[in-house]
Write a new protein. Structure first.
Lengths: 251, 70
């Protein structure tokens, strides 16, 4: 009996172009499993952003649209509203990195949440700008060494990191906000269930749903894939606590 | 007999699957993959594989494409 198979929402013969051990592959695979389970592949429009997350449309077998840097939530708003005006209720989600969602596109992201746009945003938080060489990003932890903070992030010069899931949870239009991780099997399954919940909330027209995924960047952190997962488990999940921060059905 | 299907062309030698296998059936092979590192191999001479799918869930490259359980 076959107990596991490659998700149908992943294109056939596609090879991920991410670095070895990068959690982007796990995140895309998890999203593909959820799309399969909810059977929404034919009705989904994904919005990719700039950064490593841009490769989404090479691998995911759904309709994809590429947005300018940081503007994925704005593009998703347009896609959702234009289709709704024509009577089509499309399923729309964005797939963004932390630099895209929380720095360059903070206004678009935050105001989409405040408007309560009926879209789902997935933010991959790897605490740096991964594609351009690991520069200091908005979510870089205090003391973390990056190519543009050689002595570690400090309070005087760089200020504090943004806790995206908490900020989005405070917006009144948000129906669901959670932070999850992918460092072990338990958390991968939890991530899958959380994304499924966020997707279901969009189908129920409850408002803006948001999932932040703590992800590894072994190349720029200069650690092995195993050590990167250990770092998320021991260090990053202390700074960015995992869990559901807002859930309109339970509040 | 439980077994996995491993696509050698997709393996990028991150070795995350070797850590999660409860029976330690996935090991480094002596074959060099596309990243220039040794790729993994699946060896199950004593039919120990449980079909638990943990390696497939953990693989970021979807190199473990199928898991069959008896």
């Amino acid at each position: 009996m076959q107990v596991y198979s490659t998700p149908k929402a992943i294109k056939e013969n596609s090879n991920f172009t991410f670095c070895p051990g990068c959690d982007h592959g796990l995140a895309i695979k998890t999203i593909a499993h959820v799309i399969d389970e909810l059977n929404i592949r034919e009705n989904t429009i994904a919005v990719a952003s700039s950064g490593c997350s841009v490769f989404l449309y090479n691998f995911l077998d759904v309709d994809c649209i590429e947005s300018p840097h940081g503007r994925a939530c704005a593009v998703a708003t347009g896609v959702k509203r234009a289709h709704k005006a024509q009577g089509n209720n499309k399923f729309v989600f964005t797939y963004q990195g932390d630099g895209d969602f929380a720095s360059i596109g903070l206004a678009e992201s935050m105001h989409s949440a405040l408007r309560g746009e009926n879209i789902t945003a997935i933010c991959i938080n790897n605490t740096n700008y991964g594609m351009t060489g690991g520069q200091l990003g908005p979510t870089t932890a205090m003391g973390q060494i990056t190519t543009t903070s050689q002595n570690g992030r400090n309070r005087e010069y760089h200020g504090f990191p943004i806790k995206t899931a908490e900020q989005i949870a405070q917006c009144e239009g948000t129906c669901f906000s959670a932070r999850v991780a992918l460092y072990d099997i338990k958390n991968i399954i939890n991530t899958k269930n959380t994304i499924k919940k966020a997707f279901e909330y969009q189908n129920q027209n409850l408002g803006f749903s948001f999932v932040e995924i703590l992800s590894s960047c072994p190349t720029n952190w200069k650690l092995s894939p195993k050590e990167s997962h250990e770092k998320i488990k021991t260090e990053l999940s202390q700074i960015f606590p995992l869990g559901v921060l807002k859930d309109v059905k339970n509040d | 007999m439980s077994y996995i299907v491993l696509d050698k062309n997709k393996c990028k030698s991150c070795y995350l699957c070797t850590d999660v296998c409860p029976k330690e059936l996935i090991k480094k092979s002596d074959e060099i993959g596309k990243t220039g590192e040794f790729i993994v191999k699946f060896e199950d001479k004593e039919n120990q594989c449980l079909g638990c799918s943990q390696c497939a869930i953990m693989c970021p490259e979807i190199a473990i494409t199928e898991v069959h359980k008896e």
